[in-house]
Design a protein around this ligand. Structure first.
Ligand code: PMP
Length: 405
């Protein structure tokens, strides 16, 4: 195994540092990651010591909090190599970021008969908003099929692109297979057709944040909670020219510069997309997560997680009927056991204190392409260890024995 000191990572997570002799085995980080103490401290500190909100009041605490809040925007911009802080919009998460693009960018541009290309491998967050906006505008969603590796088939993309193609929606990494499409190729093909691309980075950002400028990404969305940050905070990056061309989606306080009974003048970007009192603790917590993560070698951590997944895959493959859907070196291992329903196994794993997820993982069209009704998904994070792999394998063996009786 690559030398990565998982104990140094793990010790930051109070949920894992219990006195319990048999602590739980958390293999569900692709649903949400556990929260390190530094992030908990940042959010508690806000509620305990800061009596203020941002961009409103003039008193000292409010001014200094507004500065921290805007510094966090800069921090996120640097994390994904965005040109400037103003290209970062705070949202509630990936889901809201994508809905914002669907309603604020795409809806005013969609004519009846226009097309939105969506890969079949997407999480519902990167499918349903497009289906909704397509229905609102009598446009249609066109499927980018998956290849034999269950990756978006980029060889099929040129034939789908035409003068009616308004956007490609694709994820950086599948939350089921861990597969990563060749984004550079997908984006180059789309741009040659003047079609912008939205990249769902909810899973990918955890493993390697995209460099939005190098990849020439038009829109990039991710959530704080999969990245060791708080829930309820997320990010939309948009190219500045695109954001500038968009009207606000939500109306309310602080997204305008002037309001009369007849109309309003929208604020500049990004504030025009952030109506209402924001999730300040979430923003500060996300910035704390990024600062904390900067202290680790993330590529060594990622290699380590992939090795744990390989170990689990190798050991589980000894079981009759085992089938893995894991793509190249991913730290996510989705699998099925022939003849046994994933939901039957998961209940027994829970009894053994092994936490993973069974089902379709909010990706029904992908699950259909995999040819199964659902999968079990073990997702490894740098706080996991070989002992977690052993517990997973033993728990699956235990479940299969019971179910065979
Ligand atoms: N896309 C992918 C690939 C995801 O894994 C998730 C979260 N499971 C989402 C989108 C949606 O993220 P959120 O629920 O945080 O908005």
């Amino acid at each position: 195994m690559t030398p990565f000191d998982f104990t140094d990572f793990r010790r930051h997570f109070p949920a894992l540092c219990t006195d319990d002799a048999s602590p739980w085995c958390y293999l569900d980080s692709a649903a949400t990651a556990l929260t390190p103490q530094k992030v908990i401290d940042a959010t508690v500190n806000y509620y305990q010591h800061t009596a203020a909100t941002v961009h409103r009041s003039q008193h000292k605490a409010a001014q200094s909090l507004t500065q921290d809040y805007e510094d966090a925007r800069q921090r996120v911009a640097e994390f994904i190599h965005a040109p400037q802080a103003a290209d970062i919009v705070w949202t509630r998460g990936t889901t809201e970021s994508i809905n914002l693009v669907a309603q604020s960018y795409l809806r005013p541009r969609l004519q009846p008969g226009d097309e939105i290309i969506v890969s079949q491998g997407e999480h519902h967050a990167n499918l349903i908003p497009w289906l909704m906006v397509a229905e609102q505008c009598q446009a249609r969603v066109v499927t980018l099929p998956l290849n034999q590796d269950f990756l978006p088939d980029l060889q099929a993309l040129p034939a789908l692109l035409n003068s009616r193609s308004r956007l490609l929606a694709i994820s950086q990494m599948s939350n089921v297979t861990g597969g990563q499409p060749d984004l550079a190729t997908a984006i180059a093909l789309c741009h040659a057709n003047h079609t912008p691309v939205l990249v769902d980075g909810a899973q990918g950002v955890v493993h390697a944040p995209a460099n939005v400028q190098a990849l020439d990404i038009d829109f990039y969305a991710f959530s704080g909670h999969k990245l060791y940050g708080p829930t309820g905070i997320g990010v939309l990056y948009g190219k500045s020219a695109l954001l500038e061309s968009m009207s606000p989606w939500h109306g309310g306080g602080k997204m305008l510069t002037q309001a009369t009974m007849q109309g309003f003048v929208a604020q500049k970007v990004p504030h025009r997309f952030e109506a209402g009192t924001p999730n300040i603790a979430g923003v500060l917590g996300l910035a704390a997560a990024l600062d904390w993560l900067a202290g680790f070698d993330l590529s060594a951590a990622e290699n380590y997680c992939a090795q744990l997944a390989t170990l689990a895959e190798n050991r589980l493959s000894q079981l009759p009927g085992f089938r893995s859907f894991r793509r190249s070196n991913a730290s996510i291992l989705a699998f099925a056991i022939a003849g046994v329903h994933a939901s039957d196994i998961i209940a027994l794993l829970a009894e053994k204190g092994v936490a993973l997820r069974a089902g379709q993982h909010c990706a029904q069209p992908l699950t259909e392409a995999l040819g199964v009704s659902g999968t079990l998904r073990a997702s490894f994070a740098p706080y996991n260890s070989e002992e977690d792999v052993t517990r997973l394998v033993q728990a699956v063996e235990f479940a299969l024995e019971l179910l065979a009786d």
